[in-house]
Design a protein around this ligand. Structure first.
Ligand SMILES: Nc1nc2c(ncn2[C@@H]2O[C@H](COP(=O)(O)OP(=O)(O)OP(=O)(O)O)[C@@H](O)[C@H]2O)c(=O)[nH]1
Length: 195
């Protein structure tokens, strides 16, 4: 059983003022380089998902795939692009991670892989809201790609609208494990607090 990972970098970064959020520097490395460094030891292969001119990522040395669903359909479209690549390469499972989340757990894949439901998503505890899903971090059975394509073609955009219908499992990590960078203020906070 082989497992690969897709790094989701296909968004528009509106709250950051546009551009490639993953290229922002945090300490000595860009956000996306941090994500690559964290996920690579955990899986057999890594693919990057982005939109626009894909050549701009040549320096990262990874295969790059674009969304096949037009008009920025959201992270689910990136998961589908990752699943299609995984299927071509003969992988059975896909791990998804977000390019704007530089310090996710080093045992992410091992913990998500303890469950055998077709979709397993990360979540974090919250004193007020209980479990908060982190739906860009998940483990997806690649054979679900046909159903996911149909759902996206039907206009489904919210990750959990689809994953709940697939019988998802939520795996609870620690508060703060998936701190993500959306705004210049988030980046400033990370510069102060993340090692
Ligand atoms: N493939 C793909 N990924 C997306 C899309 N929109 C967001 N993402 C990814 O999903 C993750 C979470 O994205 P958000 O922070 O919600 O969106 P964003 O575009 O990065 O930023 P905002 O425009 O400020 O919301 C990031 O890894 C994004 O790159 C999309 O349309 N396609």
């Amino acid at each position: 059983m082989t497992e690969c990972a897709v790094i989701l970098a296909g968004g528009q970064a509106n709250r950051m003022g546009g551009g490639d959020k993953g290229r922002l520097m945090l300490g000595d490395r860009s956000l996306i380089q941090r994500v690559i460094d964290r996920i690579t030891p955990q899986v057999d292969a890594v693919v990057l998902n982005a939109n626009g001119d894909l050549n701009r990522f040549d320096d990262l040395g990874l295969p790059v795939v674009a969304d096949s669903v037009p008009d920025y359909a959201g992270p689910l479209a990136g998961v589908l692009a990752g699943m299609d690549w995984a299927a071509e390469q003969g992988h059975d499972w896909l791990i998804s991670v977000a390019a704007d989340t530089p310090s996710f757990p080093l045992d992410l894949v091992e913990r998500l892989s303890r469950y055998d439901t077709p979709v397993v998503l990360a979540a974090t505890p919250d004193p007020e809201r209980g479990r908060v899903p982190q739906p860009t971090f998940g483990r997806w059975q690649v054979s679900l790609r046909h159903e996911l394509r149909a759902a996206l073609n039907d206009g489904v955009r919210k990750i959990r609208q689809w994953t709940q219908a697939q019988g998802e499992t939520l795996v609870i990590f620690d508060e703060g494990d998936f701190f993500n960078i959306n705004t210049p203020e988030d980046l400033a906070w990370a510069e102060q607090h993340l090692k």
